[in-house]
Design a protein around this ligand. Structure first.
Ligand SMILES: Cc1ncc(COP(=O)(O)O)c(C=O)c1O
Ligand SMILES: [Zn+2]
Length: 389
């Protein structure tokens, strides 16, 4: 293993990786894993990757977990990057289809790595707040690891997510409120209950799993990053993870200095990052009365807000809000043209592409990647309500 230490993403304070850690002991911000990339490059090269299996553990040297410890895996990662020329013929559009992961969403990436590492460090009971998909993924990986999962979700979370968690053996609590209320409930009880808090960015390794989105994307595009990335941002873990991956790959000598323009796509009913971006703020205030059918985007306050805002500004990208109506309209268009039943969060990115093209923020011919972060099949009640009128 080439993990050297954990470092606070805000104040830089070092933390040991060898025990269970949540936030920075000094400033309560997220911790990042620092990998010895020079050492990792001894066995991990662009060429050695060619002979490896498809799961995200093919990037093992840049992931945490001692090399003699078996990861908790269900075959996550290695998802297709599909050209989508019918939906958009004036840009070079690609879809990274994350619905093919275990439990049908990209949340599997983070949970495989985080559960592997937390189990290795001795955690026996995990707790997480979830908009839905993270809960399903945690339930699956906890079951596989033989540890308990305690999942707190808003009462109006899509039914498929709730049923899935239960069938995977998790303890499920439905809360009257939002994901932030679920997180607060865990924070209140975790010490008494002996839970390890797996909230995204409140432990250091879900973002490590998510960073493999960036590694895979570069590899699939033959080490040429796209011009633009459209990412449906709730907690923002994938956006933050990809940005970390790009820096690591540059240090490894795999890519150059150029970066995609990163866009955080949010729902108009819950757009704290868009508001903060437009107001020129460095962090985002809690978004009041959060409401959207894209449950993964119903995150009124994210602990990684300052990181998202930094990345979208540094990359010369932006933040854009899409209303539910636009997501609903674009879903069958993508379905009919490209053959994918996308989730509302993914749909938000397709709608955002149209808006950004009309505003000329994406130029004709540019290479654009959209992350379809999950499957539409988990949102039947939302889509059904619409088609039933
Ligand atoms: C399908 C889907 N897309 C996007 C998101 C937002 O993910 P992130 O926390 O990485 O911003 C979620 C989170 O629940 C989700 O379930
Ligand atoms: Zn700190």
């Amino acid at each position: 293993m080439f993990l050297k230490r954990l470092e606070c993403s805000a104040c830089g304070l070092e933390h040991e990786w060898s025990r269970l850690q949540n936030l920075c002991h000094s400033c309560n911000k997220p911790l990042f894993a620092i990998v010895d990339l020079a050492a990792a490059s001894g066995t991990l090269t662009r060429d050695t990757l060619l002979a490896r299996g498809r799961s995200l553990w093919r990037y093992r040297e840049v992931l945490p977990l001692p090399s003699d410890v078996e990861p908790v895996s269900l075959g996550e990662g290695g998802t297709p990057l599909l050209r989508a020329s019918k939906f958009a013929d004036d840009v070079e559009l690609w879809i990274k289809d994350e619905s093919l992961n275990p439990t049908q969403s990209f949340k599997a990436r983070g949970m495989s790595v985080a559960v592997s590492m937390a189990r290795h460090l001795g955690a026996t009971k995990f707790a997480a707040p979830s908009a839905g998909n993270a809960g399903g993924a945690l339930a699956a990986y906890a079951a596989r690891a033989g540890v308990e999962a305690h999942i707190f979700m808003p009462r109006d979370t899509p039914r498929a997510n709730v049923v899935e968690c239960r069938e995977l053996g998790a303890h499920v609590t439905l809360i009257e409120g939002l994901i932030t209320d679920c997180g607060a409930e865990i924070a209140r009880r975790r010490e008494n209950e002996g839970w390890f808090d797996m909230s995204t960015l409140k432990e250091p390794y879900r973002v490590e799993g998510k960073k493999t989105l960036g590694y895979e994307l570069a590899e699939q595009l033959n080490w040429q990053l796209p011009d633009v990335i459209l990412y449906p941002a709730g907690g923002g873990t994938g956006l933050i993870g990809m940005w970390k991956a790009f820096d690591e790959m540059e240090a490894l000598g795999w890519i150059g200095k150029d970066r995609p323009r990163m866009f955080a796509v949010q729902a108009a009913g819950c757009a704290p990052i868009v508001r903060a971006f437009e107001a020129g703020e460095k962090s985002a205030a809690e978004f009041p009365n959060a409401n959207t059918m894209a449950s993964g985007l119903r995150v009124p306050k994210a602990i990684g807000d300052f990181l998202m805002l930094k990345i979208i500004r540094e990359s010369d990208g932006g933040a854009i809000a899409v209303d539910d109506e636009q997501m609903i309209r674009v879903t069958p268009e993508v379905g009919g043209k490209e053959g994918l039943f996308i989730c509302p969060e993914g749909a938000a990115c397709f709608a955002a592409l149209k808006l950004l093209r009309s505003a000329n923020k994406i130029a004709s011919g540019e290479r654009v990647v959209i992350f379809n972060t999950g499957s539409g099949i988990k949102y039947l009640e939302a889509y059904d309500r619409v088609s039933a009128g």
